[in-house]
Write a protein that binds this ligand. Sequence first.
Ligand SMILES: [Zn+2]
Length: 572
Amino acid sequence: MRSCCRKIYLPITLILLAVSTLASEKEKVVTYRNPLDLALSLSGSYGELRATHFHSGVDFRIGGVSGARLYAAADGYVSRISVSPGGYGHAIYIDHPDGRTTLYGHMMDFAPNITRWVREQQYLQKDFSVNLYPEKSMFPLKKGDFIGRAGNTGSSGGPHLHFEVRESSTQIPLNPLKATSITVVDNIPPEFRSIGFYGICNHQALPSRWKVASHNSGYNGIISLPDTFYVAVDAIDRQNGTNAKLAVYQYNYYLDDTLVFSFTPEKIPFDAGRYINSIVEYSEKSNNNISMVKSWVEPGGGLASNIRSVNDGLFILRDNLEHKIRIELKDEHGNTTNKYFRAKRSGSPGSLKGDTQNSNNSFSRSIVMPWFIPNRYHDSLVRLMLPPAALYSSIEFSADTINVNGDIYHMVHNESTPLHNPAILALKVPAKFAGMPVQKLMLVKLNKNGRLSSAGGTWRNGWVEGRIGSFGIYGIATDTIPPVVTPLFANNQNLSGRNSLRFTVKDNLSGISSYNVWIDGIWILTSYDPKNSRLESELMPDKLRKGVNHDLEIEVKDNKGNTTVLKRTFIW
Ligand SMILES: [Zn+2]
């Protein structure tokens, strides 16, 4: 009897289940609108090979000036708001019912109701930089609701909208042009620019590699190559209606008809973004600032789910016949470019070639550092500790002491080798700093342009120790000079009618660490824009009485504790 009933009810249950699944899926279908009133034109695309990450969104043009109105791309609610001098500047995150989050970065300002609440939080925290997670019910939005205006805040190189679409649960950034109904016209295939061929031997133990040849798209001859090599490709994508150099969606490298290497920069979690340095040929990036996607998959590299490869992405020539190397480049709209090169194995074995990676000279001190363990180096002047997962491949680490205009610097390995996790570097304090206040000592990096940049660090028992994100030339310097703060108004000036006070701030070396402005003893919200060396304090009637004299105090500190305090009066 029971089994009979079951036979009757099962199909009905299934139908009910199917209907309810259909309903809930229908509920989740969200269509997205253009977040701008302007026709969409990209100045940057998803997956672009940036300095320390893959571009996690798309950059939309806004006509060259800040102020374009921004709208919620779909129904949802504001789940996060962040304000900071760097990064995304003023940014809004909206969670949508389909499990996605949209992000609007570098905004000029927020809609008035959001601004009011954010300003309250900034005054509560006495900080311009805030990272806020409003309650779901606080800022519900309908698709097309005004959320603020696009701008140039944070680390932005000009007015634009940085637009991101993330999977809400993981915060993994998705390609907005694939994950949503937002589309642009694109029937132009990627553009091949150049290819580099690199010989390699001992690739899993202690790799030696050397550049054999590089060619641009016009090359038609037969390339003579060692039996084992890898390639690195510089390519961009183009789209209709924009002259921007955009990202290639997929790189496929073939030897004859065998796919040796494939890379798709997609759905890369933020904490894995730095693995970009295991994807690009880092020697080209550090020397020529070109990001070329290389086929060699380094043993300590990342992004395994974005890569398909055979032989660790190495091309192996097993005979002396002519072979075909095919570079296939795809964009996200299916447009494809193929580039062919002809190659033949050269007579001489690769291992006899010169070695550019582990160059060794008689003056330097060197040790082998395997990629899969933590590593240490120390001598009387330099101590270095590499944490696990700092290297993509094993290296023959070398340290060298060099004299630059009478100052001692230390060559800490070489700039052509990337560091994934920061290393701890300590340098012995030279005698010339004897008597200096030790809290003013810091590490500096001597850059290729001859300029010094701060590398932080603190004094410990005769050494200065800090975390470094790259190999290169390091030394010790002092910063005893406080920041220079210049008010852009005269003392006692009548500023009635203005809604802000402006200052320029500059620091010589260690960088600005904090800034505070008080008017009549009240902390006043002050925005900081490092790229323009600008502080701007608001003048608002809810904080200040109008029509009277005011006392202003501004305090700016650098990272070495040097402090500038200025006092001014003004009428407002
Ligand atoms: Zn962007």
